[in-house]
Ligand binder design. Structure first.
Ligand SMILES: [Zn+2]
Length: 413
């Protein structure tokens, strides 16, 4: 058995409200065994030593909303022109960026490549974060995951698209089961319109209660969870009320006082993806996004931050997600921008923002063995040159080292 002792200047364990100054973490075979102030944690004989006494150490970061399908632009034709193997190769390159940025666990919520990438990482064939993959997102015909900018027969080429279509209760059940059959870790649906889909309206609800319930039922029946892309208040509330576990984007959350009680009653988690709308609204033009897409972003950017603030102030769990997809607008490796926006736009304090991207995120996606520096969990750790409690941008600008299961994975050595 190999033991390693990691000396930490400051330890933020992902759960406690206060950091531990001068802390020690003992790792055995990739698992955390002991954690505490240095004077209370003894060093095992012949242990290897890693010195982060000048660093702040946190759990590895989690991003609960990414797309690993090798997107580089928002042009719909990209989906047709690039082959699936090429997109998977780009997704594999993005995994390295995620590790370098400290993201040791991600959840992919729609695409045809993430299940294969997940398996290749698990088989130790390629480096990458732990991946939880939804398979393809399920939307109704003409819904957000139906590429309605393209002719119907192109958009129907399911392997090239982020989503598949299902209409009516029976078909919804079948598609959910088929995605699980293909290896999906969870079910992802789009219950409202969205930004990138031409002609859909974010405030409109796309699935009936009966259809939505089927997705939640099928996920829960196999011990996993369901996620819904939901923008407007009606869609957000319908998703929660019908048993969906994580509410993605959730721009209308808590508007007119609705939603907070529902979220408490059903135990829903909000995954806001502030950075997606923020970048779209403020940087979409320069990246050549279509006018309708940028206009929708500007319409919703302030409302979005307000909804996260409402969730935060009402103690509804908020988990970090970005919607990073590898595009030039929203590249992988820059995911920690979300920590900054949770603090600066939504008013979270730094410690709570860090929890959103560690222990709260781990709970939200059923990744119970990561997300905290605690005995029994995997030794996924990030060492930062600066203290993120003093300046949250350290999570993006000051990553010094990243460990996954106790192994250094950031390519900086
Ligand atoms: Zn997304």
């Amino acid at each position: 058995m190999s033991s390693t002792v990691i000396q930490c200047g400051t330890l933020i364990d992902g759960i406690a409200d206060e950091p531990i100054r001068d802390a020690r973490v003992v790792v055995e075979d990739g698992t955390i065994r002991k954690v505490g102030p240095s004077e209370s944690v003894s060093v095992p004989d012949e242990a290897d030593r890693i010195d982060h006494s000048n660093h702040a150490v946190t759990p590895g970061f989690l991003d609960c909303h990414v797309h690993l399908n090798g997107t580089r632009s928002f042009q719909p034709m990209e989906r047709i022109e690039k082959s699936l193997p090429y997109k998977a190769a780009l997704g594999g390159a993005d995994l390295r960026q995620l590790l370098r940025a400290g993201f040791t666990t991600v959840r992919d919520v729609g695409g045809s490549t993430a299940i294969g990438l997940r398996n290749a990482v698990e088989d130790d064939e390629i480096p990458g974060p732990r991946i939880y993959a939804a398979g393809r997102a399920i939307s109704r015909s003409g819904g957000h995951a139906d590429m309605n900018q393209l002719p119907t027969h192109w958009a129907g080429d399911e392997d090239r698209m982020l989503g598949v279509q299902a209409d009516g209760v029976a078909e919804c059940r079948k598609k959910a089961r088929q995605e699980l059959r293909s290896g999906a870790d969870l079910i992802k649906i789009t219950i409202t319109g969205g930004m990138a889909s031409k002609g859909t309206i974010p405030d409109q609800v796309h699935y009936t209660d009966a259809e939505t319930q089927v997705f939640a039922e099928e996920a829960h029946a196999v011990g996993t969870h369901a996620a819904a892309h939901a923008y407007g208040t009606a869609g957000v509330n319908a998703a929660i009320r019908n048993g969906i576990d994580t509410i993605e984007h959730a721009i209308g959350f808590g508007e007119r006082g609705e939603g907070v009680d529902l979220a408490h009653e059903y135990g829903a988690v909000v995954v806001p993806t502030l950075s997606a709308i923020y970048r779209l609204a403020y940087e979409g033009d320069e990246h050549g996004l279509p006018e309708f897409h940028v206009r929708k972003g500007r319409e919703y950017v302030d409302k979005h931050a307000d909804s996260v603030t409402r969730a935060y102030e009402a103690d509804v769990p908020v988990a970090l997600g970005t919607d990073c997809n590898g595009s030039y607008l929203h590249p992988h490796g820059d995911n920690a921008i979300e920590f900054e926006l949770l603090v600066e736009q939504a008013g979270m304090d730094e410690m709570d923002a860090l929890k959103a991207g560690t222990s709260v995120a781990a709970d939200a996606i059923q990744a119970e063995d990561v997300g905290a520096v605690e005995p029994g969990r995997q030794a996924d750790l990030v060492a930062l040159d600066e203290d993120p409690l003093a300046d949250i941008s350290a999570t993006r600008d000051a990553v010094a080292a990243v460990y996954k299961a106790g192994e250094r994975v950031d390519d900086r050595i």
